[in-house]
Design a protein around this ligand. Structure first.
Ligand code: FAD
Length: 446
């Protein structure tokens, strides 16, 4: 099976191990009735009534929660985000930020991904994305790289002749271990990037400035339900004072609708874990700043990396960013416990070391003396048991919506998820993309 001429198994396979990226979509379309109850305000002087905006509480300030809040607020809802730590502190801040138009084609998120790629384009135009969050179109290459024993010595020596032989290789990709010719697997028409943390934070600051979206720092503990409908969110608000340790205060926030966008922490809420499981796949990344950033062209690299002493083939990814940084990710680990506190997710030193070796092997510009280390980090991809995201209303609790399980494509699919969910919540159905394949009810009786 190939997508755009690339074997599907090579596309982002490191992040989807155990969670196959290729599923065939059930294309049945269905509309859901609005469950939303509007509230009336007292009569105005002219005797007309004005409807109060619906109150929506979005739990989780990752890319999925923030995109949902953004589109809800743009459609007129009064939105509060409750985030446990800080906005985009987890995977949404540490991801690569790679976007692809058609790499999900043939799978269940194909329409979502295509709609979202276009939304990214229009958001970038609206929010000055190239300046504010590093949005840009990219060429994307697939390469095989042979590491060597003591991989740190395998980096290139600026062998431009070799680089020229491997036609279409950018000059900065000058390592000795490069095997065969690269393949172009994405063009500037079909692949792009954002800085994921800046993207998420820009969306939030815009929504706050234009539509008064509020952010509260607190840990959601409980969803209160009355008569089969959501009533309020109970959370521990973190109040930071200048001289003392933060104080936690219990708060109850009434809501007409609630969106649970808790990423890999979703299963910590019993209301969700009683229906489905969201697991976390740990993955690592490093950010380097080469001494000569201008020599790094906008070419993303998807590598097949054969480590020096044999061993498992790795599939790291390399994303140069417009601010001069080069981001590398990969080295996933299954079955790792997710810490309660997103800020306590630490990288495994061996995995981080391997990413540095990959960097040096690929480019002389990414060797230790040539590049400053800006970040060494890890985070968890939110994965579901059937490999599809979960987007929609809980079948047995009116007004309770879920948006999670986006695995390795949450930055790409955030905007269409948020736009579709905002339509479902406020209009009763989603027109931008059919989200019925993602309804939580698919897990009933499984
Ligand atoms: C190394 C790596 C590279 C990636 N690269 C890409 C890429 O190039 N392109 C792409 O499209 N995707 C990529 N992804 C995937 C993407 O990062 C995720 O799919 C996406 O960030 C998930 O977003 P989220 O909002 O669901 O979850 P998260 O970002 O995990 O956000 C969940 C939020 O909920 C908060 N929270 C948790 N519990 C509570 C609570 N009880 N109360 C309040 N708040 C709570 C957390 O603090 C967190 O901020 C990558 C992921 C990894 C790990």
């Amino acid at each position: 099976m190939t997508i755009s001429g690339v074997p599907a198994t090579t596309i982002r396979a490191w992040t989807t191990r155990g969670y196959p990226s290729i599923h065939y979509q059930n294309r049945t379309r269905g509309k859901r009735k609005s469950q939303f109850v509007t509230m009336s305000m007292p009569a105005t002087e002219e005797g007309k009534t004005r409807e109060a905006p619906p109150r929506v509480v979005v739990c989780g300030g990752g890319v999925i929660g923030v995109c949902t809040a953004f589109f809800l607020a743009r459609k007129g809802a009064a939105v509060t985000i409750v985030e446990k730590s800080s906005v985009a502190c987890a995977a949404s801040g540490k991801a690569g930020g790679f976007l692809a138009l058609d790499w999900c084609d043939g799978g269940p998120v194909s329409d979502l991904a295509r709609a979202s790629f276009e939304l990214h384009r229009s958001l970038a135009a609206d929010l000055d994305g190239p300046q504010t969050y590093g949005y840009r179109a990219l060429r994307t290459l697939s390469l095989s790289v042979q590491g060597q024993e003591g991989d740190e010595f395998a980096g290139g020596s600026g062998d431009r002749k070799q680089t020229k032989r491997k036609n279409s290789l950018p000059e900065w990709v000058d390592g000795h271990g490069l095997r065969g010719a690269p393949r172009v697997i994405g063009t500037p028409e079909t692949t792009a990037q954002v800085h994921p943390q800046l993207f998420t934070r820009t969306l939030l600051s815009t929504a706050a400035a234009r539509h008064r979206v509020e952010l509260v720092v607190g840990e959601v503990e409980e969803i209160q339900v009355e008569g089969g409908r959501v009533k309020s969110v109970v959370f521990k608000e973190k109040i930071q004072s200048q001289d003392e340790d933060p104080i936690n205060r219990r708060r109850v926030l009434p809501a007409d609708s609630i969106v649970l966008a808790l990423g890999p922490w979703s299963s910590r809420l019993p209301i969700l874990s009683s229906l489905f499981r969201v697991s976390g796949l740990k993955a690592h990344s490093i950010v380097l700043r080469p001494r000569d950033p201008d020599s790094i062209t906008p070419d993303a690299l998807f590598l097949q990396y054969f480590p020096g002493r044999g061993g498992k083939t790795l599939e790291p990814e390399v994303y140069p960013r417009p601010n001069g940084d080069v981001y590398l990710c990969g080295m996933s680990e299954e079955g790792v416990e997710i810490p309660d506190d997103p800020e306590q997710v630490l990288g495994n030193p061996e995995s981080i070391r391997m990413l540095h070796r990959v960097a040096e092997t690929v480019s002389s510009h990414l060797r230790p003396r040539e590049a400053e280390v800006r970040a060494e980090q890890a985070c968890f991809l939110p994965c579901t048991d059937d490999g599809r995201p979960i987007i929609g209303e809980m079948h047995d609790i009116k007004g309770c919506y879920v948006a999670t399980g986006h695995s390795c494509w949450g930055i790409l699919n955030g905007p269409a998820t948020g736009a579709a969910l905002s339509e479902l919540i406020l209009d009763g159905h989603s027109s931008i993309v059919d989200i019925t394949p993602f309804i939580p009810a698919r897990f009933v009786n499984t």
